[in-house]
Design a protein around this ligand. Structure first.
Ligand code: MRU
Length: 410
């Protein structure tokens, strides 16, 4: 399947919005049109678009398309909630619609922060013209989209250099592997990705590093000296129950031709043991790189369910860095620590069934298969919280935050 790996397509002239239906990936590439905040809410809730930065961008762009269709009707059927002749009413209804949008997914802070910014624009705008308000929100939304991409490249570079520097300090030379969970790549963002962006950047640096004669190596580390370690393999976790790792990250890695071996979430310990004792002939895992949905002021981090287990297991193996990679928009300074983070619980059927594709000629038929009795009680938290104690560094677009005396200063 050919794909541009773009989760979000927004035409800035016509202001039309389409999102890639990620429930169909890797089987089918289908973009869904978004005409309203209700459409935005639905695709976020159903996780047709997911990943903290991507849902914030789609959320804000859905506000823009709703207003655009309302104020410049283009034939789309949009339910009208507003009285545009009464500006106060218009603004109040819009704010209520935005509150509804935010309730789609509670854990990732990016959506609620971006929507707070839009509400600020609405409340502080001196204009009486809905059209002018739309222009102001549009300026904010397109900047959010553009900044996310720029910041992801910076995150990628900062994380990759940090890892190579760290290996240099350990006097480690040669190939190494990394582990990652969920999908934090192009599909979860405006492009490149956060944790997977670090993997991409590491791969780019590593390709150059590996293929270059020692005497002519270009500087790869922050201190200006040549790095002698290179990424050779990525281990993405399957990431049950939604399988973002096997469906989306594996797909991105195959697409980018980055050597990768998929493992299930319960294989982490055996993989690390097996590499250490030679049962599996792969380079040692030197870093675990994960994304984040909300980072509390003390560095505690909510991320995809399974991240905590990954952090705990990898902490048993000396020399493995555990890094969180996220834009500063994922930091929530108002949240003192992880105990205050609301963890979304998803429907039981997401655990009782698995979604898969059956080849049907040239295309795929998507089916849900029962993998548990329908009557079984289920607990399905979508995220977990990893304490800052287990995190060595938080990679942002501004650099890598590390701890002093065991504390992050955020
Ligand atoms: O439930 P999801 O797929 O939205 O969860 C995504 C994650 O947990 C990601 O790691 C996080 O949002 C960062 S994406 C750049």
């Amino acid at each position: 399947m050919a794909t541009s790996l773009k989760a979000i397509k927004f035409d800035r002239n016509s202001r039309s919005l389409h999102v890639l239906d990620q429930l169909l990936i890797p089987f089918q590439e289908k973009y869904l049109p978004i005409y309203s905040i209700s459409d935005g809410y639905a695709v976020i809730k159903k996780m047709q678009v997911r990943g903290a930065p991507a849902i914030a961008i789609v959320g804000v762009l859905s506000i823009i398309v709703e207003l655009n269709y309302l104020l410049k009707p283009q034939g789309a059927v949009v339910q009208t909630y507003y009285d545009i002749a009464d500006v106060e009413n218009f603004k109040n209804v819009l704010i209520q619609r935005i509150e509804y949008l935010v309730s789609s997914r509670p854990t990732a802070v990016n959506l609620s922060n971006a929507c707070k910014d839009v509400v600020q624009i609405i409340n502080h705008s001196s204009t009486d013209s809905p059209n002018t308000l739309l222009e102001e929100i549009c300026k904010y939304g397109t900047k959010l989209f553009d900044d996310d991409l720029t910041n992801n490249y910076k995150i990628g570079e900062n994380g990759a250099k940090f890892i190579l520097d760290n290996l240099k300090q350990q006097n480690y030379t040669g190939p190494f592997s990394v582990l990652t969970i969920c999908n934090t790549g192009s599909l979860a963002t405006s492009g490149h990705g956060t944790a997977l962006g670090v993997v991409r950047s590491l791969w780019e640096l590593s390709k150059a590093n590996k293929d270059t004669e020692p005497s002519t190596k270009k500087s790869k580390t922050n201190d200006g000296s040549a790095g002698d370690a290179w990424l050779e393999r990525v281990f993405p976790l399957e990431t049950r129950p939604y399988n973002q790792g096997s469906r989306l990250t594996a797909f991105e890695l195959v697409y980018e031709k980055i050597p990768a071996t998929l493992i299930t979430d319960n294989m982490i310990s055996f993989l690390l043991d097996s590499i250490a004792n030679g049962r599996v002939n792969q380079p040692p895992v030197k870093a675990v790189i994960v994304g984040a949905d909300r980072i509390a002021k003390n560095g505690d981090t909510a991320n995809k369910i399974g991240t905590l287990q990954l952090a705990k297991i990898s902490s048993l193996y000396p020399g493995i860095l555990f890094l969180v990679a996220a834009p500063t928009t994922t930091i929530d300074p108002l949240c003192p620590d992880g105990s205050h983070i609301v963890v979304e619980e998803r429907p039981a059927d997401e655990l009782r069934k698995v979604k898969g594709g059956i080849r049907d000629g040239d295309s795929y038929k998507i089916i849900n298969i029962d993998v548990a009795p329908n009557e079984i009680d289920v607990w399905n938290p979508s995220f977990d919280v990893t304490g800052h104690v287990l995190i060595h560094g938080i990679v942002t677009e501004n650099g890598v935050l590390t701890k002093t005396d065991g504390q992050f200063s955020i």
